[in-house]
Design a protein around this ligand. Structure first.
Ligand code: DGT
Length: 140
């Protein structure tokens, strides 16, 4: 399988509980490499752009409020089949439906405060990475 890159966010519920290291350990144990990482405070504009696809959903305002409520860690992960692999490691959006051993099963608080984001396809991964990282910040 091809080496891919995917975009990841450790969300405010993860930074708030100081569990970013525990989540990074699960990422690395799955064979993914963290090739870029920074801790930022997302602006409302950044969060609205990032989640623009959900603009019409009833939870959009709540989602933007949450993503701007505290620091996040944005990352680029690299590995074989990284996009699908990271989605497997994250588990289902709703932690009550997530498989055992996944990040969301172990750590997520709710469907909204679900600890992590990962790109869902190659095209979105490219767009999301470019929103937060310049090429020279990614060191593979
Ligand atoms: P991600 O990786 O953050 O995009 O999450 P996905 O792809 O597992 O889930 P998606 O794209 O359906 O929804 C994006 C985010 O929107 C999700 O991580 C949390 C939030 N969200 C989704 N459904 C609900 C909901 O029913 N209520 C609330 N409050 N938030 C939701």
């Amino acid at each position: 399988m091809a080496i891919e890159r995917t975009f990841s966010i450790l969300k405010p519920d993860a930074t708030e509980r100081n569990i970013t290291g525990a989540i990074n350990a699960l990422i690395e144990q799955a064979g993914l490499r963290i090739v870029a990482q920074k801790r930022i405070r997302m602006t409302r504009e950044q969060a609205e752009t990032f989640y623009a696809v959900h603009k019409e959903r009833p939870f959009f305002g709540e989602l933007v409020d949450f993503m701007t409520s505290g620091p996040v860690v944005v990352q680029v992960l690299e590995g074989e089949g990284a996009i699908a692999k990271y989605r497997d490691v994250m588990g289902a959006t709703d932690p009550s439906k997530a498989a055992d051993g996944t990040i969301r099963k172990l750590h997520a608080k709710s469907i909204g405060e679900n600890s992590v984001h990962g790109s869902d396809a190659a095209e979105t991964a490219k767009i999301e990475i470019a929103q937060f990282f310049s090429g020279n910040e990614i060191v593979g």
